[in-house]
Design a protein around this ligand. Structure first.
Ligand code: AMP
Ligand code: GLY
Length: 446
């Protein structure tokens, strides 16, 4: 089978790495890929947002399956473009991916289908947003403001006071800090609790839950500083019991997949639910129409079964007939970034120690922002540069292995968090029974 991976970050490296292990995959391509993916796949220099060009390429090569990583091509309709040409593609359609690209659609959709989420008001103008804020009492703060469109993960503001909220509303709706994403705004209640990333595959009908992950969104240790794409992750989450897992499947994924189908937006692909575990039960913070990054870098290494077979089953609408196995092992991923990320940072720094780190037991080094220089060495080329994942019998061992590998990789402006998976290790030490692990994810652990 000829398979194309669209994208060029850590998530796509993890997808390519797992697909390469499949006996079904004879030829693997990536567009545009990166220096790490290039060791596994033929990289073609087509941007992941050039959906027509990607369609032309896939048609020419007679691609048997295309797997799309990032959100931009989804919102540009890559699934629709490929399906029109009769090409198999693992990607949510343009209409389905609106669950990620429009916060207003997502929130109103959740309200229509009684999916638990924070109470909210959607506002279509600056005046409406100010009037909504005026109704809030002092005790109703912090408040969460969400610009409507994709804003590279930066469109969410948590405001501690009415004055801060009014300032942020003006930035978004008047000064258009996030462009047209500021046409509409969600004002929603702040939720307290633990945040967990849940994933499920769907073939339009059947819901196939995957294992849980926890992501570290803030740049600094102890969750300080600005939000990023994600600075590390571990899997499984240590806060999800079997009962909570089943509740999320029943109250979130099943009504979401049914609801999308009923609304003529049949959902095929992977659905990511960012869930807050609150005292009142699990509530959806956001939906994404793709795998999380870095979550994919801990989720995919824990999958024992064939990824190509699984994704193909989703595309061919036979997920109900498939079963998978998961590794019982715990996975920890530490992201190595360029100092200054998520603001400005420098690139083109030579990276040393990649081979040594990659040869350590249980360790896989996924590339995010890397490129190969003309005379050989691999250079940094982005904010998030590498995702160093380790798989081991315990979180303690996986965390130690990941950090040992990180310490052996050098580039002059490297930055990484020091506290990834610390809470998982602490949890493990407290409860000898271990976490709920795969809980009721489809498939058993072995
Ligand atoms: P979103 O893009 O909607 O997931 O928002 C980005 C981040 O903002 C989330 O991962 C949460 O950490 C935080 N967040 C979003 N909505 C809320 C909320 N209602 N209460 C508390 N934190 C939130
Ligand atoms: N790690 C969060 C995301 O992929 O959106």
């Amino acid at each position: 089978m000829k398979v194309l991976v669209v994208g060029g970050g850590g998530r796509e490296h993890a997808l390519a790495w797992k697909l390469r292990q499949s006996p079904l995959v004879s030829e693997l391509y990536a567009a545009p890929g990166n220096a790490g993916i290039a060791a596994l796949a033929d990289c073609v220099p087509i941007d992941s947002s050039s959906t027509v060009e990607l369609g032309d390429f896939a048609e020419k090569v007679r691609m048997d399956l295309t797997v799309v990583g990032p959100e931009i091509p989804l919102t540009l309709g890559i699934a629709d473009e490929f399906e029109k040409r009769g090409l198999k593609v693992f990607a949510a359609s343009q209409a389905a991916s609106e669950i990620e690209s429009s916060k207003v659609f997502a929130k109103e959709f959740m309200a229509r289908h009684e999916i638990p989420t924070a109470p909210f008001t959607s506002c279509a103008s600056h005046e409406e947003a100010l009037a909504t804020l005026k109704k809030r009492k002092k005790t109703d703060y912090p408040v969460v403001l969400k610009a409507d469109g994709l804003a590279a993960g930066k469109g969410v503001v948590i405001a501690d006071s009415a004055a801060d909220a009014e300032g942020a509303v003006a930035d978004i709706m008047k000064r258009r800090k996030f462009g047209t994403a500021g046409d509409r705004l969600i004002v929603e209640d702040f939720l307290r609790g633990r945040e967990v990333s849940f994933f499920a595959l769907s073939d339009g009908e059947f819901v196939f839950p995957l294992v849980t992950c926890q992501d570290y969104k803030r740049i600094g240790d102890a969750n300080r500083g600005p939000n990023t794409g994600g600075m590390g992750a571990f899997s499984p989450s240590v806060h999800v019991s079997q009962e909570i897992f089943e509740q999320v499947v029943e109250e979130v994924f099943v009504p979401a997949i049914r609801g999308m189908d009923r609304e003529g937006r049949t959902y095929r692909g992977v659905l990511y639910a960012g869930i807050m575990l609150t005292e009142q039960g699990p509530k959806v913070l956001e939906f994404n129409a793709r795998f999380g990054d870095p979550e994919a870098q801990v989720l995919l290494p824990r999958l024992k079964s064939d990824l190509a077979e699984l994704l193909l089953a989703s595309v061919e609408k036979r997920l109900d007939k498939i079963d998978v196995l998961w590794h019982r092992d715990r996975a920890v991923c530490v992201v190595m970034a360029s100092e200054g990320y998520p603001e400005s940072y420098q690139t083109d720094r030579p990276i040393d120690g990649l081979d040594k780190a990659g040869a350590m037991p249980g360790v896989t080094v996924f590339h995010a922002g890397t490129k190969r220089s003309e005379n050989g060495p691999i250079l940094s080329s982005g904010g998030r540069v590498l995702g160093v994942t380790a798989l081991a019998a315990s979180f303690d061992q996986a965390r130690s292995a990941a950090y040992k590998a990180v310490e052996s990789i050098h580039f002059s402006n490297r930055y990484f968090r020091k506290d990834i998976a610390q809470e998982a290790v602490a949890f493990e030490h407290r409860s000898h029974a271990g976490s709920a692990s795969a809980a009721s994810a489809r498939g058993a652990e072995s």
